[in-house]
Unconditional design. Structure first.
Length: 202
C-alpha cells in the first residue's frame, strides 16, 4: 500500500450503501418467548434474521443478524368473554457494528372468540335441565331445572376457557417493511445468539 493512501483518515472511506425498498419481507426467528398473559405494551423482544435480506437476487444481509422489536398490544384471556391477543412490530436491525431503525407492519395473533361457543354450551345446559325438571316436577320443576342447567353450562364454559397466546422461542414470524431502509451490505456471517445493543443505534 502506498504511504499516502495509508495516511488517509478513516472518515474518508467510501461505504457502499444499499436502499432496501418498502414492501420487502423480513423473516425472523424469535429468541425470547412472548406470552400474552405476562407481556406488557412496550416490552422489547429479540430475534434474528431467519432468511437473508436480498435485493435483485444479491444477498444484502445474511441470516442470523440481530433484530429487535416491541410489543404493540397484549391482552390476556382472563376476561370471561374476552380473547387473548399479541401484536408485535420490528424496530431495528444490527448489521456488523451498525444498527438501523426499521419500520414494519404489525404481526398479530389472537385466540378464537369464545362468545358463540359459550352461548351454545350454556343453552344446551338449560335445555337439558328443563327436560329433566319437567320429568320429575312438572312445570315448576322445568323452570328450576332450566336454571340449574344454565349454571352447569357456565361451568363447562369455564372449563374450556381459551388459552393465552404464547409465541415460543425459535418461532418464525414474517414482517413487511413499511418504509425503505438504507444500510451497508455485508457478506460476513453473523455470530448467532447475540442480542442487539440498544446503545449502538444508527
Amino acid at each position: 500500500m502506498r504511504p499516502e493512501l495509508a495516511d488517509q483518515p478513516a472518515a474518508l472511506v467510501d461505504f457502499h450503501f444499499v436502499r432496501f425498498p418498502a414492501g420487502a419481507a423480513v423473516v425472523v426467528r424469535l429468541i425470547d418467548m412472548i406470552d400474552s398473559a405476562t407481556a406488557q405494551i412496550g416490552d422489547v423482544f429479540h430475534a434474528t434474521l431467519d432468511a437473508p435480506i436480498s435485493l435483485d437476487g444479491d444477498v444484502v444481509v445474511p441470516p442470523h443478524y440481530d433484530v429487535q422489536g416491541h410489543v404493540v398490544n397484549a391482552q390476556s384471556s382472563g376476561k370471561f368473554a374476552g380473547q387473548s391477543l399479541l401484536v408485535l412490530q420490528l424496530d431495528r436491525i444490527k448489521v456488523g457494528d451498525r444498527s438501523y431503525n426499521i419500520q414494519t407492519d404489525q404481526f398479530t395473533e389472537k385466540s378464537s372468540a369464545r362468545g358463540k361457543n359459550t352461548a351454545e354450551k350454556v343453552g344446551a345446559g338449560a335445555v337439558a335441565g328443563a327436560i329433566l325438571g319437567g320429568i320429575f316436577g312438572g312445570g315448576k320443576g322445568a323452570a328450576i331445572g332450566s336454571a340449574a342447567g344454565a349454571g352447569a353450562g357456565g361451568g363447562v364454559q369455564a372449563a374450556v376457557k381459551k388459552p393465552d397466546v404464547k409465541l415460543s422461542s425459535e418461532k418464525i414470524l414474517t414482517f413487511t417493511l413499511q418504509a425503505p431502509v438504507t444500510l451497508v451490505p455485508t457478506t460476513q456471517p453473523a455470530r448467532e445468539g447475540r442480542k442487539l445493543d440498544s446503545n449502538n443505534s444508527q
